[in-house]
Design a protein around this ligand. Sequence first.
Ligand SMILES: *Cc1c(COP(=O)(O)O)cnc(C)c1O
Length: 410
Amino acid sequence: MALVNEHFLKLPGNYLFSDIAKKVQTFKRTHSKAEVISLGIGDVTRPLPQAVRDAMHKAVEEMGDVKTFRGYGPEQGYSFLTETIIKHDYATRGISLEPGEVFVSDGAKSDTGNIGDILRQDNCVGVTDPIYPVYIDSNVMSGRAGVLEDNKWSNVIYIPCTEKNHFIPEIPDRRMDILYLCYPNNPTGASITKEALKAWVDYALTNQVLILYDAAYEAYIQDPDIPHSIYEIKDAKKVAIEFRSFSKTAGFTGVRCGYTVIPKDLKGVTVQGETVSLNQLWNRRQCTKFNGTSYITQRGAEAVYSPEGAAQVKEIIHYYMGNAKIMKEGLESAGLKVACGGDNAPYLWLRTPDNVSSWAFFDQMLHGAKVVSTPGVGFGPSGEGYIRLTSFGTRENCIEAMERIHKWLK
Ligand SMILES: *Cc1c(COP(=O)(O)O)cnc(C)c1O
């Protein structure tokens, strides 16, 4: 019989969102008339922009004509898309990238989860806490995380983000090999200033740390001083890989497209001390395990950058950030404390009142207001005492949810 990868067995039984779904299901069964509003899971509700749909329709027709049909595309993505990405997302911010430094994929979850393929098992991994669960769980699966003790993995360095440091982690006094950063942050909604991000890049340069920078929410940044890319910081190309996604920006959660930037300057090292290009390793990995994102999807993603597409995406972001504003005001007028988020990110990080636990407050809000949140502790030990709300719902549901919370707490 085949031996299994036993590292998988170390993972706690359920993914956070299945635990939540089960609780909501049970609640619905016992309160059949109750209409539950979900401000929990981070999925979007605005439909695909017209420009994207038009481009995808056109691509479908091309695929149906023998003269324009396309089979396997480049594993790294079509150059019409990588060049558009470089021009609009990077050149405009003074960052120069070569086409070979951008890898188009089916989303940032796969890439942040798979990047560990090119890194040895015995690297020391650091994460900010709370954290997007994919970073840790994927390291558990490859045996890099150690064992779970008191909601912490023994080989993972947790860097707390709390009210005390305004949810911006302090530079640790020890080194690590790999560090995950996510800004604007899921789950806290915190954003990072250029100065603070520079401190992390400098730390990485000094200590030879590889930063895995998840910028899935960069389009939500409103404040002109906040960096959209880690490469806005000098010499970051020597230490950082950046992940981006069209999911939360252009409604691609169900379409699937993202990309990863691995600069050619970025190096890893073998145990013997020989330096190796991470770009080359990732290219080799993708060519073996990935056959590219569909042509139709990539044409849709390209349209995000057209003048019409860009305007339509801006409108989507404006819609969700409008929700965030309504929610922030609503929650605060109901006497709740929004500890972080809602300004440059579609997430609100809420302090539970009277020091109740995350799960207890999750239950109270579900029963009292019929609103689903996400317990902060599900994102790591420093999330205890918080819940996360997302502004990805419809406007009507956001308003209704705030009214219910108000009534419930009165
Ligand atoms: C939603 C999200 C992603 C994007 O995932 P896709 O696979 O591109 O849909 C990546 N990172 C974070 C932190 C997210 O919240």
